[in-house]
Design a protein around this ligand. Sequence first.
Ligand code: ADP
Ligand code: MG
Length: 402
Amino acid sequence: MARSLDDLLAEGVAGRRVLVRTDLNVPLDKQTRAITDDGRIRASLPTLQALRDAGARVVVAAHLGRPKGAPDPQYSLAPVAERLAELLGTPVPLAGDVAGEDARAKAGALGDGDVLLLENVRFEAAETSKDDAERGELADRLAALADVYVDDAFGAVHRRHASVFDVAQRLPHVAGRLVAAELEVLTRLTTDPERPYVVVLGGSKVSDKLAVIEALLPKVDRLLVGGGMCFTFLAAQGHGVGRSLLEADQVDTCRRLLAEAGDRIVLPLDVVVAPEFSADVETAIVPAEEIPDDRMGLDVGPRTVEAFGRELADARTVFWNGPMGVFELAPYQAGTRGVAEAVAAVDGLSVVGGGDSAAAVRQLGLDEAAYGHISTGGGASLEYLEGRELPGLTVLEDGGEG
Ligand code: ADP
Ligand code: MG
């Protein structure tokens, strides 16, 4: 049996150095580098606060964006350290490196209840390396910073990364509060969900999400597809999609899935199109099967919102991942807003998964409390629902006396 954070707290952590892997991968404004949505930082607080209250010396490891395996000021966790300090109400110094000299010095200087943030773990190429020995070397240095490891980075548990997987093999380990809460909800989605069970998928990465569609099809009553991924399905039905997002090499798979699904896969009826990816151009609403060659679909249209709303109205279990359109730009928000409202109104369990979907809920000013659960992990929750083994969770399963 995996041990929990409460087991660790009961055992006593006062004066012990605890390495906490958190998911602080927040969206930043491209120009100002200001945090545009701090949801993931706030989601990390319960575990960090519990450890501080218990007198632990907390060393936080996290990643931000996709730096190329070397220090890059653009991806520094500095803005995150600042926000985390505000939210915790205590200074959060940022180490100048991941697990080097400065990290060792600063970790060694921590007092009981203090918090240190290590610099972006992806500044080390070894973090994401496929080579066990390379990751192991970084994991050794990370493990040397602490006596215990807590994994609270739900958004990264599907990664076999040094700070997620290898380090857990080197220290006694437990799952944090966020990971535990996420798992509890996902288990409810996979274990005898109340019906009708409706899944709504959108977002941009079709190839990422086809496997989950495949795995979910036999389990769900309806699968509503919007967002950038719907165009590959529309193309599979033989429709032209103009300049919309299209993954040509996935068309055959989509065609097979449509054939298998019968009427369980529901596609958009209408689409908001524009001549280019911009907020300052003239838009139009066209039937989904009549997208002009020189236009791109950037949101689902009002008839689609209505149709998806009808499918969601009597649902008792809903999982929604992926915005219905380019919600970051005002002219293409209505689809995501409409579906988000329909999901919020569900009488039953409603789960929102995915970084951008969660950000959309907040950015559009919707009431977070109206959802049963807003997951911090997109890829991780999808892989869990697919039934895949998540390395970051598997490694926590033993007693963790390691
Ligand atoms: P999540 O993080 O919730 O899992 P994804 O990362 O898969 O979602 O997708 C989010 C992105 O999909 C958003 O940035 C959004 O702008 C984009 N998107 C949604 N609809 C479209 C579309 N029609 N064309 C291009 N991009 C889209
Ligand atoms: Mg995303």
